[in-house]
Write a protein that binds this ligand. Structure first.
Ligand SMILES: Nc1ncnc2c1ncn2[C@@H]1O[C@H](COP(=O)(O)OP(=O)(O)OP(=O)(O)O)[C@@H](O)[C@H]1O
Ligand SMILES: [Mg+2]
Length: 497
């Protein structure tokens, strides 16, 4: 890609970008939220047209006007939000949209056979006859990769593929990516996790404000250097936690049971207490009840048994609105689905749940001046990259949308905070800021339940760590005594000794 320029209203998303990928190479694309990574890849995949610049494939200039053009040229893209049809089988999804001479049904056998071949070559475990709605997130991603390979992709773009995967699934994905590179495929890999970039890529290109800051071989890169290139200053990769005097129990869970979406018990007798000034980390491989636990506390899922108490009041079964007024803030894991309204503006999303209350409204009147200055302050503090507070939310980059939910929830000064995967999809300077805010909230006496798959995050922030496995708490350890090895064993189901 040569001299690529892309403008959106009020934003220069790509500013004369030069970027190349070699055969058999894994090239990582790094940059803060809004740096222009997805835009550049959407141009390569034919979703956007560049205002200027050229794309050359194997030395020849090509015109890519649509994803169909890109696919024909051997370019595939795995988006962060999957685009499979849930009610069809894996084989049907792979075959979807392919030209077929003998009709869709007849080809399905051929497709199934080819999927099995590709699965074997690249180590992608998938059952071609399974229905997509039954698949876990990691399996759906494997189907997307198979679909691209099936269509003959030589160049595969992966936009934050690991954001939704468990550590085990990340290891499997990396093994597949290495095999693909070994077969001569070119891969572009986007991630905010520096250790992933360092372990999987051959070269790294860092973008900042729409420009290339540097392209370097990964063997010459360090975490600190990459962080500095991305952010333009030194980044603290650790947070300072000073001791806090613990207060009363603010959140208490008593023998909670609940069903998951598929009807099977997801919580099986969870009992925990979090005090004022304490961060209790919940570690565990995702899918072990963490999501259901958060939803029960936040009033989004009804427990089949047990009690939730906030500030000594039984809040079991309360509505989310009532819980909010009672001092609960909630950062949901699925922020795109549960946290924002895509067609509202940035400002409207920042005051989403508070718009009828003081100081934003008195009686039926909205205080527009107060709202505007409040929104501007949050945009500034959380470094939300947006042309203005009036911009529609859907135009923001993925990470900046995440920051809006975090800004809104952390700014309530909650008595109890439930934070699920708070830094997923956000860049390292935002991660640093969010960690500081969680620590600051702790010093002010908030009781925080921190759910995260990132063990470093759990270890850095928590005072105590509870490990969840198959809907139960298998043990609670003090942060000062916890080790990664011990937590890892407990996450696999071993009880605390
Ligand atoms: N369709 C669009 N309309 C208007 N502005 C857009 C659109 N798509 C992207 N932008 C803007 O272009 C800039 C770059 O966004 P992009 O999505 O490429 O960032 P990114 O590097 O992928 O960030 P993230 O890590 O958060 O995903 C952002 O300022 C974003 O708001
Ligand atoms: Mg992006």
């Amino acid at each position: 890609m040569r001299g690529i320029v892309k403008r959106f209203p009020g934003v220069l998303a790509n500013d004369r970008i030069d970027f190349d990928v070699r055969a058999g190479e894994i090239h990582a694309l790094l940059g803060e939220n809004g740096a222009g990574k997805t835009t550049l890849m959407n141009i390569l995949y034919g979703l956007y047209r560049p205002d200027q610049g050229q794309i050359l494939l194997n030395g020849r200039a090509v015109a890519i006007h649509s994803p169909a053009d890109a696919i024909r040229l051997g370019i595939g893209m795995i988006h962060q939000h999957f685009m499979l049809v849930p009610t069809l089988s894996v084989a049907e999804n792979v075959a979807l949209g392919l030209p077929s001479s003998r009709g869709f049904l007849l080809d399905l056998d051929v497709v199934t056979r080819r999927i099995r071949e590709l699965s074997n070559v690249y180590g992608l475990r998938v059952d071609p006859t399974a229905m997509v709605w039954q698949l876990a997130v990691g399996e759906q991603q494997r189907v997307e990769i198979l679909k691209a390979l099936y269509r003959g992709a030589d160049l595969l773009i992966l936009d934050e593929p690991t954001a939704v995967l468990t550590p085990q699934e990340v290891r499997e994905l990396f093994a597949t990516l290495r095999r693909m590179a070994g077969e001569g495929h070119s891969l572009i890999f986007i991630s905010h996790k520096l250790h992933e970039v360092l372990s999987i890529s051959d070269r790294v290109t860092v973008l900042r404000d729409g420009r290339v800051v540097k392209t370097l071989p990964t063997s010459e890169a360090t975490r600190e250097e990459l962080a500095r290139l991305m952010v333009g200053r030194e980044v603290l990769l650790r947070v300072e936690r000073s001791p806090v005097e613990l207060g009363d129990v603010r959140l208490s869970l008593k023998d909670l049971w609940a069903h998951g979406d598929k009807g099977v018990p997801a919580l099986r007798g969870v009992t925990l207490a979090v005090r004022a000034g304490e961060i209790l980390g919940i570690a565990g491989v995702s899918g072990n009840g963490q999501r259901e636990l958060a939803e029960v506390i936040a009033g989004l899922r009804t427990p089949s048994q047990g009690q939730v108490e906030i500030d000594g009041m039984d809040t079991t079964g309360w509505s989310p609105e009532r819980l909010l007024k009672h001092g609960l803030a909630y950062i949901p894991e699925e922020r795109m689905r549960d946290g924002v309204v895509r067609d509202f503006s940035v400002e409207e999303n920042l005051i989403l749940k508070d718009h009828v209350d003081r100081p934003f409204a008195s009686g039926i009147f909205m205080n527009f001046g107060t709202i505007a200055s409040y929104a501007d302050r949050l945009i500034e503090n959380f470094d939300i990259r947006t042309p203005s507070r009036d911009a529609p939310l859907k135009n923001l980059s993925g990470g900046n949308i995440q920051k809006i939910v975090l800004a809104r929830e952390l700014s309530r000064e909650p008595r109890v905070l439930v934070a699920a995967q708070p830094t997923r999809g956000v860049d390292i300077s935002a991660t640093e800021y969010i960690h500081q805010r969680l620590i600051a909230q702790r010093a002010k006496g908030t009781a925080t339940l921190l759910i995260s798959e990132d063990l470093d995050e759990i270890l850095n922030l928590s005072d105590r760590i509870a490990v969840m496995y198959e809907g139960q708490i298998v043990g609670v350890v003090d942060q000062r005594e916890a080790t990664v090895e011990q937590l890892g064993l407990m996450m696999a189901g071993a009880h605390k000794v």
